[in-house]
Write a protein that binds this ligand. Structure first.
Ligand code: GLA
Length: 407
């Protein structure tokens, strides 16, 4: 089969109206006792560069996707939570907020009630609610479907309980909401992730990439309009699922923390890329694995700085080599890539992409390729054909532009 004859599956985003309508209809059909107080939504993300740096106090550079999770929510007068999801056919779940604590809630409900739990832990007056969820963020694709769920619930609860944190220009309030979403994910859902995904979903800006400094949570919005440069960002969901992902992520984080302790620094951010920083650090470490993990983190943070400098100087088409270097470092030093992610990168580069890399935590999930706007289809077909030739399940594709945060 020629590459041209291949039909490529595209993952389309819903319009905001369509998403709101779907989730409102789901709410009314499944609860059957009237309308919600309103509908809210939050985006998934792709990270342009700066991978596995967030929990090391480093820099990362995500954008908010057009693909969003939608919630319809209604405040209750008691402490009960009723949840339904279009993605879960198992019916309605019900629980008492007072019973929510680490280790008590399993599955997707943890991301929802975890946010309410974290708000109450922060001393905010949040009670029970009814909520319906629907989403066009591809699930399990490394595009932050869980952060999109947390963030959509966070802005909905902010509105119905009058917390006043999610105002359009109130980044301090949104930063607090993001921190509560991280607690929900770490402590209730039990995933030891950093804070990049929640920051992207709540604090990103349309038309911009979010330069997030995870040392102090500060940010800068960096203009990111690829179409103005005749370019596009192709996202490839490999649809590869790797069972070991959770334990492997925690192991990477533990390895970085152990290396930081050995080096006597609070986070690996303190190790600079110059010889007095990195060479000193690598010499001091006697564990070969820690040497490679630290080398990735330190060089990756440096690549974010260069990437942003190129974006800000208008040399957008020059960032490709940094993406490729990031991928090589994640593959060889951090060891979080996999056959499918490597295949996206090599096939996209052979088809003329300017740069490509895995994005997100790795072990499956998605990769991104920077391509000329008029070659999006050609590169997608080439990647698809490479998967077919390798006997792999067909990947799915979307084109990412930088969109609005949770609202
Ligand atoms: C996952 C985590 C993030 C971040 C990335 C890797 O997406 O949720 O916090 O650590 O992996 O950059």
């Amino acid at each position: 089969m020629s590459a041209e004859a291949t039909s490529v599956p595209w993952l389309d985003a819903w319009t905001p109206e369509e998403g709101a309508e779907r989730v409102r209809a789901l709410f009314e059909a499944r609860f059957g006792d009237g309308p919600p107080d309103g509908t809210w939504s939050a985006p998934g993300r792709v990270n342009l560069i700066g991978e596995h740096t967030d929990y090391n106090g480093g820099l990362c550079l995500p954008i908010a996707l057009p693909h969003r999770t939608y919630v319809a929510l209604r405040r209750r007068d008691d402490d009960r939570v009723r949840l339904v999801s279009a993605q879960e056919r198992t019916g309605q779940r019900e629980l008492e907020l007072a019973d929510v604590a680490p280790g008590t809630v399993d599955g997707w409900a943890g991301y929802v009630v975890g946010v309410a739990w974290a708000m109450r832990e922060a001393g905010l007056a949040v009670g029970g609610f009814d909520v319906a969820v629907d989403s066009c963020v591809p699930y399990g694709a490394g595009l932050s479907s869980s952060a999109a769920l947390e963030a959509s619930v966070a802005v909905a609860l902010d509105a119905v309980f009058g917390l006043g944190l999610a105002g359009a220009t109130d980044d301090a309030g949104r930063s607090r909401l993001a921190a509560m979403c991280v607690r929900a994910e770490n402590e209730i859902a039990g995933a030891p992730t950093g804070g990049m995904d929640q920051a992207a979903s709540l604090r990103a800006r349309a038309g911009h990439a979010l330069l997030l400094d995870c040392l102090d949570g500060s940010l800068r919005h960096v203009p990111f309009d690829l179409s103005a440069h005749g370019l596009a960002l192709l996202v490839v969901d490999t649809r590869a699922e790797h069972q070991l992902a959770d334990g492997q992520y925690a192991a990477r984080r533990a390895s970085c923390e152990a290396a930081a302790a050995r080096l006597g620094v609070a986070t690996l951010r303190e190790i600079t890329v110059d010889p007095r920083g990195m060479e000193w650090a690598l010499d001091k470490l006697d564990d070969e694995v820690q040497v490679r993990r630290v080398r990735h983190v330190v060089t990756e943070i440096d690549r974010v700085t260069w990437f942003v400098a190129l974006l800000e100087s208008g040399a957008v088409d020059a960032v490709g080599p940094l993406m490729n270097a990031s991928h090589a470092s994640l593959r060889d030093d951090y060891e979080v890539s996999c056959l499918e992610l490597d295949l996206v990168v090599s096939a996209a580069m052979s088809a003329g992409a300017l740069g490509a890399r895995m994005t997100g935590g790795g072990f499956g999930g998605s990769a991104i390729a920077l391509v000329r706007a008029d070659s999006v289809d050609e590169v997608a077909r080439a990647v698809h054909a490479a998967f077919t030739s390798a006997g792999l399940r067909s990947p799915a594709f979307l084109v990412a532009t930088a969109q609005t945060p949770a609202a």
